[in-house]
Design a protein around this ligand. Sequence first.
Ligand code: FES
Length: 636
Amino acid sequence: MNNQVLISFYPQGKKISVPSDFTVLEAAQLAGVMIDSVCGGKGRCGKCLIKDLSGKPQEPTENENKFLSPRQVREGIRLACQTRVREGLEVQVVNEVLESGSKGKEIERAVFNNIEGRIKKRRIELAPPSEKDQTSDWDRITSALPETKQASLEILKKIPGLLRKSDFNLTFTLFQDELLTADAGDSTDYGLAIDLGTTTVAVYLVDLGSNQIIASRAALNRQMLFGADVISRIEATRNQPDGLNKLQKAAADAINAILEEFFAQISSCRENTHLVILVGNPAMIHLFLGINPRGLAEFPFIPVFSRAFTLRAVETGLNLPAHTRLETLPLISAYVGADSLAAALTVDMDTPGPPRLLLDIGTNGEVVLAYNDTIWACSTAAGPALEGGAVRFGMRAEPGAISAVTIDDDVRISIIGTHQAKGLCGSGLLDAVAQMLGRGLIGKTGRIINSGNLPDGISDNIIRRLSPGSKGQRFYLNPEIYLTQGDISQLQLAKGAMRAGVEILMEAAGVRVDDLEEIMLAGAFGANLKPESLIAIGLLPPVPLEKVRPVGNAAGAGAVLCLLSQEHHQRALRLAGQIQHLELSLHKDFQERFIQAIKFESELIRKYHGSPSPLGGCAAISKPVHPDEQSTLPPR
Ligand code: FES
């Protein structure tokens, strides 16, 4: 049996006792310390940096030496997934994953008038029993509420007392044919819409009386500790002891932390929350329900279930009353989930009309195309580049991330929330590459051009930012942060996969680029990525910029619609049956299209990025460009 050892994490100040054969990353998972661990602890991403504060760090492994500079090794920096715990070890987390400090991704508030709600309230005055009327309590209720067919044992136990205390005058809360609660009838009723994303979970608290979102909050999905993408998470269910339960609990913990905040604000809202609508990709839904997702990752890629599912919310570990029902929306396939369905619902893809595209760009990108009354969908493995993974200085869009780049005579950068750049988020990477393409610093194949072969007119300030590295040229954005050839390749993989998916759907629908009425970008990226950069690198087809529209968290908005309205919920169920899924991995042309789409097209680059564009990116949280950042050059 292994000895237990005590390890402490700073600056969180958390201590935990774990078996001595644990890695620091495994101990962090148990302690709930969010260390960035894109590859899920396989030693492949180099992101899980910690500093050994003991002054006697273990010798770096061969693997660690690949990621750590000699200076980092001297300073005691190591990889958490490669470092064994030992008694009294104190570590400082270098790459902590920060919880979102925002109020959450706001959905535009839709006011619903004259809708048929999902939760029904009925105020009934029943005749009390008498010598002549010996009807049972339950039959007395169901004869007044004929739609009621069932109730939990818990509510059945409470009914006799409630009826007599209220003189048989009660308000009943119904969901479908089930009696959920009975009370005096002066309570406000609540529901929750949850968008469980691979990276972020967004929760909306909705007043079911006024049909308004009254609070919203986003936080990191705590499953991040087990890897950044769905494949790492599915592998973790296999490779970690009790992995499936750990992942299930991590997601539930992330949601419960948000619910605690809501309950602290509105004291009665826990007891009066009746319905939860959960959307997410198929892996997230399987993991949240504690259902083994293995079939999603193995040929022929089959989910355990795809229909809408209703269960008691408490069964998933959510801190909600026993009567609260949780409903998932249908899944379209193994990789197109309830989130895509909800997003398609929000933007009315079930309304016949001209061709419209809906894209959710992320580690797993989803594409939906509607044309007349047919809808197609596919998903593409875009890789982690746009979420900060597999990029030398990649990071999420958090304080310190370069979120926008402009290159003219020099480089200008915009940094989220601070003057000190720590890395590069997806919009910054996209901008940097698009701008480098526009200045001729990157060729069609994606290769960074040597300083000797640059086109005319490149300023000395720019030339000095190019520097040879061990694996090709580097381009310095500031003295510490640079783009590598490998970073550009990662972006090419992402854009190639997304574009190939778009092309194949358009071909299936018989749609040409000129026919497209609109391209809608869903999710956080949609709001932060510049359309001209997306088109310039070829991720989007070349449409006029005004045809590209961010639609915010359309998946969350769809969940709210299904929470509030019987009609919209029915629409979602019908829409699920309408969507035709194309499995790209089995498509005969995918490989060829993908390889074609990896390249850059010089005509597009000239058209969309031939001249510098204003800084944008994560504009809402970016600070203006600091004058110092305009002229900082790399060390020579
Ligand atoms: Fe440790 Fe990726 S290298 S989590």
